[in-house]
Each structure stands twice: as C-alpha cells, then as structure tokens.
Write a protein that binds this ligand. Structure first.
Ligand code: SF4
Length: 460
C-alpha cells in the first residue's frame, strides 16, 4: 500500500509539531549550560548516559480524553483528527487496524472512536493477517469521490502518542537535559534542590495551572464513577461496583479497613468510568487511569493532605512516568501490564512519598518498588475489554502505592539499596521484549483465554 510522507505540522491543537530530529534517544555532545523554559541557566557536567535527549514535558504524560485506552482510543482519535485536518475535503475514510489494535480494537472501542471522529462514511478493517511494524499500527486513507487522497501509517505508542510514517509526533519539544533518575538526582544534589523543584525549574511557571486542571479532571473521574451504577458496556456485562464498595467502606468501623476500602473504591470508580468510555486522564495510560486519581482523592478527602502537597507529588509522578516512557515503554501492547499498571504504581508510590515530605532517596525507592514488584505482569484483558483484570488491578496497585511510600520511609535506614529505579526500568524494558505477543494486549493468552467472554452479570 502506498504510504506518503505526512510530517508537515498541523494546527489541530492535538498534533502541532511532528518531531523530526530522528531517533528519540541518542547520545549527544552537550554544551556546558542548558537553558530551561523558565529562562534559568544551569550547568550540565556530564558523563555518558546522563545527557541523552528524549524527555518531553510531563504534560505529555497527563492528558484528558475519552476512555477506555490511551493507545487504542486516544491515539487513534488523535490520528483521525490529524487526517481530518490534512484533508478537510475528504468525503470518506478507510482505516486498517493491525496487531493489538486489530485483536482488541473492538473491546477497546477503537472502531467506535474512529467513526465518531471521522464520520459515518468510515470503513474500519481489522487486519489480522498483515505483519504490523509495531503492535499498535493503523493506516488511514482519505478518499474523495472514490479517489485516494493519501494513506498515512500511524503507530500508537502509548499514552495517546503517535508516530506518523515512522516519525515521532509530539506537541512539545524535548526540554529535559537528563533522562535517567541517577543523572537527575546527581544534578539535584549538586544544586541542592529536590525532585519537584527540578521539575518546576525545567517546566517553567505554566505547569502549576496545567496540573491543577489535570487534578480537577482526575477528581471528577472518581466523583462521577462513585455516583454511577449499572452494567458497563460490552458483552462481559460487568457490573459497576465502586458505589457499593464506597458504601461498604463508610459502614466499616475499623479505621484501617475504612482507609483500604475507600482507596480501592476510588480506583474502581475512575477505572469504571474509563471502561465505560468516560472522560479520564492518562496516568500514564487510560488502562491505568484509576491509580493516581484514587490516591489524590483519598489523601485530599480522607487524610487531610493539602492540594499543594499533592501537586508537588504529581510533578514527581510525572517525572517518574516520563523516565519510564523514555527509557522503556508505557504501552501494554509493547511491554505488557507492567508498562501500564506497573508504571502507574511507580508514579503513585513516588507521588505519595513526595507529598508526605520524604527525601528524594525515599521517593526513588518508593518508585523503584512500585515498578519492581510488577515486573513480568502480563496484559490479558478478557474479551478485549479494559475491565478484567484492569479495573481491580488499578485498585490493588493504588493500595500498594501507600505501602511502598510507607516502607520507603524506613527501609533505607536498615538496608543498602542495591536496585535503583533506572535498573528496574531497564529490566522492565527487557522483560517486555521477552513477553510473548499473546500476553501483550492481544487477548490471546492468560486470563483472556481462561475466562469466558460471556460472564454473568457479576462478571464472574
Ligand atoms: S491488563 Fe493492564 S495493560 Fe492490559 S489493558 Fe488492562 S490495564 Fe491495560
């Protein structure tokens, strides 16, 4: 199939500047100073590995959009918007989905979002025979009067991000001069600043407003999920449980049990909203969108943390997600669920440790545990829906985040840290590559082949 170049910038507000500098990460000679968007000049003194290009703004990690999947819904929606902007005269569209998009696109509502975005004259084909260039590949063809205007290859790389004809598309420049936790921490130590201050310094003053808005959207996803009842869309006929779980929590007498149930109910609430195609925030993906919102809701409403404390934590969570995306992947189709829920658990653990005022060493330890103990976690959504095991898994990971933050406060006093966050990210990447495709968002293995699609109304 003919695939023509499509690297020109568009101004849809979704994809503004396709990144054309070649490979995302390559070592380069750096000058002795780096200017941040905030206008500050700071020195970079380096050793190999510290100054790799490739860290975009953390705003790229947190994006609002319709669920249930950042790679299968948000990415395709952005691709469709891109094509609509390039070809406003098109009167029909053909979309060919390959790899995981073809195998689980029905359950992930990929065809639905494409038709909603491009219009009813859209034909979506699930191509199970072709060899995709990436597990999440799609081709969109614009047509006018039956004639092809252009066919473009898109790869949905996770978190709603795209590669267009092999070129990464991004709407922010690479602004971070460091791309490993070790390099960042070393630099923070030299400058006598903390990780959240580092994020502030690099990102500039606009970040607080952006994250404030993101926090509101996260809280709304929990609130709306707690109020909703009924059956989630799709053939699983899975019942929403967040509201009842929340009521159970409020009826408990044991404080520890109350906290656990409340937090779990919030994660169920946001994840159920996502599964229903509701409006959620990638953190870092939509499949894992219940973890950070649940923690923020819980610490704000039940534990009297201030918004400012949680905002600091959210910055560090974004940094952790950014490092994982840069040095490994946040795509379930590429790395399994360790790349989604594992990444979110690392982010949430770091967020709570930071919000609690713990040291950067403890924050890193919490993040490291969040990812390390999800290594090897497979992605096997039953029926291709982001429901089983996804929803409950978000709740489990949210609970773990609190434990990780607590443990990290004490463990460094009694034990020497042998495993760094960077080590675990590297291990996750290697593990992800070794996982068979049946266990990476294809619904061809694991729970997806053991649990029948036609669950009863309880999803059991
Ligand atoms: S199992 Fe994990 S990675 Fe797979 S769809 Fe569910 S949340 Fe996403």
């Amino acid at each position: 199939m003919l695939v023509r170049s499509a690297t020109a910038p568009v101004s849809s507000g979704i994809l503004l500047h396709p990144f054309t500098a070649g490979a995302i990460r390559h070592h380069r000679q750096v000058s002795s100073h780096h200017v941040t968007p905030a206008g500050k000049l700071y020195p970079v003194t380096g050793e190999q590995g510290c100054y790799t290009e490739g860290m975009h703004s953390i705003k790229e990690i947190f994006k609002k959009g319709p669920g249930p999947s950042s790679s299968h819904t948000l990415g395709p929606m952005n691709a469709a918007l891109y094509m609509k902007h390039r070809h406003p005269q098109a009167d029909a569209w053909k979309v060919r989905l390959q790899g995981s998009l073809a195998l689980t696109g029905k359950g992930h509502l990929t065809d639905d979002i494409l038709i909603r975005t491009l219009g009813p004259a859209t034909e979506v084909t699930f191509d199970l025979k072709g060899t995709p260039v990436h597990p999440n590949t799609m081709y969109i063809t614009a047509l006018q009067d039956g004639e092809e205007l252009e066919t473009v290859q898109f790869v949905s790389i996770g978190g709603g991000k795209l590669e267009i004809n092999g070129v990464p598309a991004a709407n922010t420049p690479e602004i971070y001069p460091h791309s490993t936790m070790a390099a960042i921490r070393r630099w923070c130590k030299e400058q006598d600043i903390t990780l959240d201050q580092y994020v502030d310094m690099v990102e500039g003053p606009g970040l607080n407003d952006y994250l404030d808005d993101i926090m509101d959207a996260m809280l709304a996803s929990v609130r709306e999920g707690l109020a909703a009842e009924g059956i989630l869309p799709g053939s699983l006929k899975l019942k929403r449980v967040a509201k009842e779980l929340h009521e159970d929590a409020l009826a408990c007498t044991d404080p520890d049990e109350i906290f656990h149930l409340l937090l779990a109910s919030y994660a169920f609430a946001a994840s159920e909203q996502n599964a229903a195609g509701g409006f959620v925030v990638t953190a870092p993906t939509m499949g894992s969108c219940g973890i950070l919102p649940a923690l923020i809701y819980h610490f704000l409403h039940d534990r009297n943390y201030s918004r400012a404390q949680l905002l600091k934590g959210l910055k560090v969570a974004g940094l952790v997600g950014n490092l994982i995306q840069t040095n490994a992947t946040i795509s379930g189709a590429k790395g399994g669920c360790q790349a989604e829920v594992g990444a979110a658990c690392a982010m949430g653990s770091a967020m709570i440790a930071c919000a609690a005022g713990q040291s950067d060493g403890q924050v890193e330890y919490a993040a490291e545990m969040g990812l390390e103990h999800h290594l090897g976690l497979t992605c096997d959504p039953v029926g291709g829906y982001v429901m089983i095991p996804c929803i409950e898994r978000n709740a489990m990971a949210a609970l773990r985040c609190v434990d990780n933050a607590r443990l990290s406060r004490h463990i460094l006093r009694v034990k020497h840290e042998r495993v760094s966050f960077d080590h675990v990210v590297e291990a996750m990447n290697i593990t992800g590559m070794k996982l068979p495709m049946e266990l990476k968002e294809s619904s061809l293995g694991g729970l997806a082949v053991v649990i029948p699609d036609g669950c009863d109304s309880q999803g059991q």
